[in-house]
Design a protein around this ligand. Structure first.
Ligand SMILES: Cc1cc2nc3c(=O)[nH]c(=O)nc-3n(C[C@H](O)[C@H](O)[C@H](O)COP(=O)(O)OP(=O)(O)OC[C@H]3O[C@@H](n4cnc5c(N)ncnc54)[C@H](O)[C@@H]3O)c2cc1C
Length: 492
């Protein structure tokens, strides 16, 4: 898109083509288009053509049915930072609403699929450039974790990535990013050395600790409030085969698992090769609970010391093995396929087997008060945030357990009671952790429900700083809750 300027774009305000597009949108039944966006889409169609512009979301992976059912005025797929800047210029010139889609794993309309506006789909931006010393890699923000892992594995490298193949690097890193490498290096966002960012005024900034210390601070956990990231320069680490996989257990093993989870979170916290998380899920058909434990060890050791006791507990089935990170991510994706309606909610507390049990029990009690719902599957994932997670761990107040309630269901008519179920769990679990004197204020934005405010949990001083930085870089409020990009979690 070399040489395209905002003035040139303005010259494309061709009334005729905008009208034709309006008719096309009406023909496809898309009546919810924001009027300003008919013009924006008309410009984008001219500039990008059919290879990168479309009216629908065919061939796009969206995880949640609520986002799948969201209609945008049009979709555009940039291939470069310059493209993103051009798109943002068009959008701002026309005052059209928009959303940015990474891997599409957010759960509500407008989070990453614009309701009636333009969806900017980053999936063509998947470059991998490894530095000569192989200690960093500059990667496109449109990667999903599988494409990123596969790109780096060619060099026997990996980076701080999550567990599931089709989760997008963009949303994952901008929120924080739990990885099997987090005990060693912190969250993914603590391992981004530089961002290439299209600012809210559509200009490009290279953001690192030296060039823009404030923005660099803000982008670590500030989500989609400061612009559109086009590239991340991230830590690269050597990675061959490693230990990974999942073991499933019947509910009668809960005491033993709780004890081991506590041991792994506390006694074994200094073995930073080790990471794990476990979950307690409800099977509505069998009216019973099952547990799964995911084992991760950075080295190719089949039964490392931290997991020796855990490995003595009889299990139902196991995928624990030595393999590549990419292969484990494909396995995890098959366990979390797209298509259902989902919500997440979270609480954080100081590690305690007793509290794990109590918040699991709260989930179980709340399930009893619900009528059966088609496709209902609640699951409580608990994973440690290790003190050894360097800067991030210290700033967030040390060793903690992060609990993520995931709720899956099928029908829209159950949305309200599913939200109420999750909210009740949050309120009761939060009160329980407070009563135990173990409440931890931090809420992971990527695990929070829309009824929670993760930015409040960053502390008043950090919140004020984030708000000040946002005012400075986005005086028009393009990325605020009243602006053009309103979805997901907003600072104001
Ligand atoms: C099945 C599943 C597994 C998960 N596993 C993990 C895990 O192991 N560890 C972990 O920490 N989290 C995990 N998560 C949470 C996950 O990190 C978040 O849901 C994340 O926001 C998803 O990012 P995405 O790019 O796929 O989603 P999207 O819906 O595309 O994006 C999420 C938000 O980020 C914004 N965004 C995306 N890219 C950009 C960009 N380039 N510039 C500006 N804004 C952008 C979007 O606009 C949107 O608001 C998981 C979630 C799911 C559903």
């Amino acid at each position: 898109m070399a040489g395209i300027t905002p003035a040139f774009i303005t010259a494309f305000l061709a009334v005729g083509s905008a009208m034709a597009l309006g008719a096309a949108l009406a023909n496809q039944g898309n009546t919810s288009v924001v009027p300003e966006c008919v013009q924006a889409c008309s410009h984008l169609a001219h500039i990008f053509g059919p290879d990168a512009y479309s009216l629908g979301n065919a061939n796009v992976t969206l995880w949640d049915a609520k986002q799948q059912g969201t209609h945008s005025a049009c979709w555009v797929q940039p291939s470069s930072t310059e493209d993103v800047s051009t798109i943002l210029s068009v959008i701002i010139d026309t005052s059209c609403r928009f959303a940015v889609k990474g891997g599409g794993h957010a759960r509500d309309p407008d989070d990453s699929v614009s309701a009636g506006g333009v969806t900017i789909d980053m999936q063509k931006m998947r470059t991998v450039e490894v530095a000569p010393d192989q200690k960093t890699a500059k990667v496109g923000s449109g990667h999903v974790l599988l494409s990123l892992y596969e790109g780096l594995e060619k060099y026997n490298l990996t980076t701080l990535g999550g567990r599931v193949a089709d989760v997008g690097l963009g949303g994952y890193v901008l929120g924080g990013g739990f990885s099997h490498l987090s005990p060693k290096y912190g969250l993914a966002m603590d391992n981004v050395f530089e961002y290439e960012l299209v600012l809210p005024n559509a200009t490009v900034a290279i953001v690192n600790q030296e060039t823009h210390p404030d923005l660099y601070f803000a982008l670590r956990g500030g989500m989609n409030n400061f612009g559109i990231i086009t590239h991340f320069t991230m830590r690269a680490v050597k990675q061959g085969h490693l230990l990974g996989g999942v073991r499933a257990y019947t509910a009668d093993k809960r005491d033993a698992i709780l004890e081991q989870a506590y041991e792994l979170t506390t006694s074994w916290k200094n073995d930073t090769n080790m990471a794990f998380f476990y979950s307690y899920g409800y099977d509505q058909e069998r009216d019973d609970f099952t547990l799964t434990v995911s084992q991760e060890y950075y080295l190719p050791v089949l039964s490392p010391a931290p997991f020796k006791q855990l490995n003595r507990i009889p299990f139902e089935h196991s995928t624990v093995r030595l393999d590549r990170t990419s292969r484990f991510s494909i396995e995890s994706a098959s366990a979390t396929p797209p298509g259902g309606r989902n919500l997440f909610a979270t609480v954080t507390y100081s590690p305690s087997a007793d509290l794990d049990r109590q918040i699991q029990d709260i989930m179980a009690q709340e399930i009893q008060s619900l009528e059966k719902a088609p496709g209902f599957y609640p699951n409580l994932v608990i994973q440690p945030l290790y003190e050894a997670a360097i800067r991030s761990g210290k700033e967030r107040g040390g060793n903690a357990a992060v609990a993520l309630l995931t709720v899956l269901w099928k029908n829209a008519e159950d949305d309200e009671r599913m939200n109420a179920f999750a909210q009740e769990w949050v309120e009761r679990s939060t009160a329980t952790t407070k009563d135990a004197g173990k409440h931890h204020p931090w809420l992971y934005v990527n695990y929070a429900s829309k009824a929670q405010d993760p930015f409040l949990s960053y502390g008043e001083a950090n919140l004020q700083k984030l708000r000040r930085i946002q005012k400075e870089v986005d005086p028009q409020g393009v990325f605020t809750s009243d602006g053009l990009c309103r979805g997901y979690f907003k600072l104001q």
